[in-house]
Write a protein that binds this ligand. Sequence first.
Ligand code: NAP
Length: 328
Amino acid sequence: MTESAPVPESMTAIVIDEPGPATALHVATVPVPPTYIGEVLVNVAAASVNPIDTKIRSGVSPTSKALDYPAVLGHDFSGTIARAPYEAHPLSDGTEVYGMTRLPRYSGSHAEYVSAPTLCVAPKPQTLSHVEAASVPLAALTAWGAVVDVARAHHGQRILIHAGAGGVGQFAVQFARFFGAEVISTASEDNLEFVRSLGASTVIDYRATRFDDELSDVDVVIDLIGNVSDDTGSRSLRVLRNGGLYVNVPTGSFPTMADEADSAGVRATRFTLTPSGEVLAKITRLIDQGEVRVHIDKTFDLADAADAHAAVETGHTRGKVVLTLATS
Ligand SMILES: NC(=O)c1ccc[n+]([C@@H]2O[C@H](COP(=O)([O-])OP(=O)(O)OC[C@H]3O[C@@H](n4cnc5c(N)ncnc54)[C@H](OP(=O)(O)O)[C@@H]3O)[C@@H](O)[C@H]2O)c1
């Protein structure tokens, strides 16, 4: 076991005092979060920003909100264990790990230290830097859940994945391809080649072509957009084969999904991710074997978290946006 530096009582974090715009984010000194039974404390080297962080910050998330203020936001992290659950635990002090906090209640990762259940943490991929590793957990676990657990991606299956260039989409395309499915995806012109390079055989420029004019008899749609943009959800139901499966990921983005799917003769489900260190360990193997890669669009210093949120809120970042700390 490695001896870690003593854990201080307070730390630097990015906080909000109430829901608001990105400019509401500011640097503060706050207590280092406590750890409870079955949890680790991680000294954060890098932490990515996900759309859910911006939705919690602005107060628009229908499912997640900060429970206490000032609130430290952020789910994903990569860093080193500063406090193991007990002396002989495999995640011992000094182990390089990555993972995510539990939605929505745990301490946030946009800080020097974060606490998380050991069930949500795994050893960091050896082939990735902390910045790269921090970009993986929430997005890759979502992609795995939708593509592998729900859609059961396999050879002979045709899967349409909307937003293949985004944080979740980049993993969804690669996982579906890895498990043998034929992958069709949507992206804007600048991202067509990027999404092809991830393994999609067909990438449709959604601004130039209506995907429902081009496609039919698709087995599964993984929808990372929903009806918030150009009726993507409703139009996706029309490209499915009879009995095909529509998977809606952004919470609240397609309220009429069940009725519309019934009328269209297809199956439909919402999806929400479950944090899992066990699944993350499987993803680690794919990354370290070179089967899956990660793309970082931009990095920002922790103190510039407002700029990072603004970038994510454009809805057009490629891959992920990551915050770096002094230790990364
Ligand atoms: N339910 C859950 O458990 C869960 C978990 C994770 C994420 N989510 C939600 O899932 C959504 C996707 O998450 P994310 O992290 O992948 O977001 P993201 O990284 O912000 O997605 C950005 C990508 O979306 C693409 N895009 C934007 N509009 C598009 C359109 N109309 N058609 C096709 N592509 C489009 C952009 O590509 P271009 O620049 O080429 O347009 C960009 O690359 C978010 O709403 C997020 O909150 C839900």
